[in-house]
Design a binder for this molecule. Structure first.
Ligand SMILES: [Zn+2]
Length: 253
């Protein structure tokens, strides 16, 4: 009897038993508690505010688009960023002045400037002019207010801690925004970390530190895997209210 004939001889009920047995044998070999966790990719909304500008300079929106592209490149698909809206306002200020007030706890100026414009549901990036202060060769390019504790209250404080401040000049090298988004999602500068924390973040030698986005300088070029993991964890835990969506990949590796 050929194989083909043998198959044709299998009666339907037998086939059902075979299928059922197969099912049970599979389920018997599958652990009851599956360790499979689908990969989730958060997509964060980003709004930009061109401060102190009355006429649309098309160079800035183009740079904003390039900055978003660069953010997506440097976050290596762990977190995605989506440009939501760009606003323009004639009210302006200088970034170093805002920073000094911020450090003193004088928030009235900033709030007066940004509150009337501020949108909910996205990272709000405010772009201001900057200048070199006396005794300094470099201008301030950005800063990001964060909660020092009780990070679970980011959502209830929204949109107060959904702000990033950067300089127009900071859009040019594109690493400024990446650095500030690093702070926004819970990262510190390497020099603020103790030896153990530095090691845990994958910052294990001078070159890894110098090349890291959370350092300063012209050589910064990447985040470590550990930093990307930490930022994604922060986003999924505290910043879901800023997401347009979460992409779930059900494909098992
Ligand atoms: Zn910084």
């Amino acid at each position: 009897m050929s194989i083909k004939q043998a198959i044709s001889k299998i009666k339907f009920p037998n086939f059902c038993i075979a299928a059922t047995l197969l099912f049970f044998s599979f389920s018997a070999f599958t652990p009851a508690n599956q360790s499979f966790a689908p990969k989730q990719t958060p997509v964060l909304n980003v709004n930009f505010y061109m401060m102190g500008r009355e006429n649309l300079d098309t160079k800035v929106p183009l740079q904003i688009g390039e900055n978003i592209e660069f953010l997506n490149q440097e976050f290596e698909g762990e977190i995605l960023f989506e440009l939501n809206e760009i606003f323009m306002d004639s009210e302006g200020a200088y970034l170093p002045d805002l920073y000094h007030n911020f450090r003193k706890g004088a928030h009235a100026d900033i709030n007066e400037l940004v509150r009337p414009l501020e949108q909910k549901g996205g990272i709000n990036v405010y772009i201001f002019d900057t200048y070199c202060e006396e005794n300094s060769s470099a201008a301030l390019m950005g800063f990001t207010p964060r909660l020092k504790m009780r990070e679970e209250t980011y959502a209830t404080n929204s949109p107060k801690f959904d702000r990033i401040y950067i300089a127009y000049q900071g859009l040019e090298d594109m690493t400024t925004l990446v650095h500030e988004v690093g702070h926004f999602l819970g990262l510190k500068h390497p020099w603020e970390l103790g030896p153990g924390d530095k090691y845990q973040m994958g910052l294990r030698n001078a070159s890894e530190i110098n090349m890291n986005h959370m350092a300063y300088g012209a050589n910064v070029s990447s985040f470590t895997k550990q930093q990307l993991h930490k930022m994604k964890k922060h986003a999924m835990k505290y910043r879901t209210y800023l997401m347009s969506k979460i992409i779930t990949d059900l494909n098992r590796a």
